[in-house]
Design a protein around this ligand. Structure first.
Ligand code: FAD
Length: 504
């Protein structure tokens, strides 16, 4: 029998599982988190990556959700100014779709219900003169400019896990929950360590199922819970093309089907276009963009840009499955993005909490509300603490991102500005830990391409749970967009030597 009894066992290393683990460990509960793959390998790396209220949810009268989410924009920006940044969105008025008065009224509400302090307000623009009008087809006149924020979703998850671990949580990747049963007031959870093939039983006082789109499947492995149906799986895909425009504005385009798509500047040289909304019946692990979605996204963007977006321009595409609380609505796009915390408790038996639905934007609020349940069930420990806290690397002592970048450049003048900027965006103040006493580029070891050095890879292996090429190129960074096959082979060879060495 295991010696340690944890307070909380969290299933799932997505944004919700890692956010809960961080909050709980920070309040003094002992947390064990199991993620069956890599951190953020599920839905939490497949988002549009917006910290937003969701303008279109106003149409569904989801005012509570929009207000709560809008408030989180500036909270999360302050918490992680390296991976979160403000953006300006341009919404062109399109004849025959939503009328001008409706767009104006929606944006007025959006500006005023969410406690906006630092983000600039909405303004009406003339696309005939505005920089954002240039790449569009001729004829657009009125448009609206408004604020939201962007986040590196995969790194948001990772930083929550890092902070939880720094506070003492046990974070276990490639660790799959295969069964769980109640033994009186404790849970016994069987985990399979996928690397070694070994199984282990962990004991905890409370079980939190934050398995995202797998939440019902996981429930099926929990004793006495075989036939639950809580969530509606809704697939969404994005495409990435070489950059379509030379300014920093994002677009929000309305489509004749009532949906919207975004076109967002991405990783300096690219444009991200998405998303789709389709009911999904398969295994979330197998989700991939369909030919129909590719056509839909290219066609929807081509309605607006003067140069059509062709399928041949797509350099990368990704898909994810939204685990939405099933509220019985007819259309996938109308299903609420609100989260639900469903408690399963019986007197004298260890409690189970299922996390259903939600958004990246509201992960911190979701964790905070989860901890209300934890306190009721396990007894109070620390007070709520995450609002006003910083995530690892987000403790900018100097000020803005630009000022931090100037200071980092002064200390490491031998690195290219683009390299330093990427390091500061990804690691924040921890870029200094990574760079350490380096005096020249060669001190950072082998360069695998696009300034990904051995020193950076080592940091990800040691401090960020990275194990595979995919973890490094598509979740810790997005350098998969830049490295060629030869570079990738060199990185694979390096990982092999590291596996044979100290991280074996
Ligand atoms: P996940 O990230 O899927 O995490 C669940 C984890 O559980 C997975 O990593 C999985 O591997 C693990 N797991 C499953 N079974 C087991 C097991 N047996 N043992 C151990 N681990 C297990 N939100 C926004 O706020 N802004 C956006 O712009 C936005 N855009 C989106 C666009 C798309 C296309 C999609 C699909 C979603 C978008 N979202 C957005 C929503 C947001 O991404 C999700 O709400 C959020 O990522 C869900 O996180 P999660 O932790 O619940 O699930």
């Amino acid at each position: 029998m295991p010696e340690t009894v944890y307070d909380i066992f969290v299933i799932g290393g997505g944004v919700n599982g890692c956010g809960i683990a961080r909050d709980a460990q920070g309040r003094g509960y002992a947390v064990y988190l199991a993620e069956m793959d890599d951190l953020a390998s599920g839905t939490s790396s497949a988002a549009t990556k917006l910290i937003h209220g969701g303008l279109r949810y106003l149409e569904q009268y989801d005012f509570g959700l929009v207000r709560e989410a809008l408030k989180e924009r500036e909270v999360l920006w302050a918490m992680a100014p390296h991976i979160v940044k403000p953006l300006r969105f341009v919404l062109p008025y399109q004849k025959g779709l939503r009328p001008r008065w409706m767009l104006r009224a929606g944006l007025f509400l959006y500006d005023h219900i969410g406690g906006r302090k630092k983000l600039p307000a909405t303004k009406t623009i003339n696309l005939g003169k505005h920089a954002a009008g240039k790449p569009l087809r001729p004829g657009y006149g009125t448009g609206f400019e408004y604020s939201d924020c962007w986040v590196d979703d995969a790194r948001l998850v990772l930083l929550n896990a890092r902070d939880a671990a720094d506070k003492g949580a046990s974070i276990n990747t490639r660790t799959k929950v295969i069964a769980a049963r109640r033994a009186g007031d404790l849970w016994e959870v069987d985990v399979l360590h996928l690397g070694s093939g070994e199984t282990e039983t962990i004991q905890a006082r409370m079980l939190i199922n934050a398995a995202g789109p797998w939440v019902d499947k996981v429930l099926g492995t929990i004793e006495g819970r075989g036939d639950d149906h809580n969530i509606r799986l809704v697939k969404g895909s994005h495409i990435v093309v070489n950059k379509l425009f030379d300014h920093d504005y994002c677009y929000i385009f309305q489509n004749p089907d009532g949906r919207i798509i975004f076109a967002i500047p991405y990783e300096d040289d690219f444009t991200l276009i998405g998303t789709t909304d389709q009911d999904y019946a398969g295994d979330p692990t197998d989700v991939a963009i369909s030919s129909e979605e590719l056509t839909y996204l290219c066609d929807a963007a081509s309605e607006y840009f003067s140069h059509p977006v062709e399928r041949a321009q797509v350099v990368w595409a990704y898909s994810g499955v939204r685990p939405l609380f099933d509220d019985g609505t007819a259309k996938a796009q109308e299903t609420s993005r609100e989260f639900v915390l469903k408690l399963d408790e019986k007197p004298g038996a260890a409690p189970l909490l299922n996390v259903l639905g939600g958004k990246l934007t509201t992960f911190r609020v979701l964790a905070d509300e989860t901890l209300d349940h934890v306190e009721n069930l396990l007894g109070a420990k620390g007070a709520p603490w995450t609002a006003g806290s910083t995530l690892p690397g987000g403790d900018f002592a100097i000020g803005s991102f630009a000022e931090e970048l100037r200071a980092l450049s002064a200390d490491y003048p031998f690195l290219l500005p683009t390299h330093l900027r990427r390091l500061l965006r990804q690691y924040g103040t921890r870029a200094r830990i990574l760079l350490g006493d380096a005096k020249r580029l060669a001190d950072l070891g082998e360069n695998f391409g696009a300034d990904l050095t051995a020193r950076e890879v080592d940091y990800q292996l040691e401090a960020e749970w990275a194990e595979t090429v995919e973890d490094i190129l598509w979740r810790r960074t997005k350098l998969g967009l830049r490295l060629n096959n030869r570079d990738i082979k060199a990185l694979e060879a390096y990982l092999k030597t590291r596996r044979g060495g100290e991280i074996a």
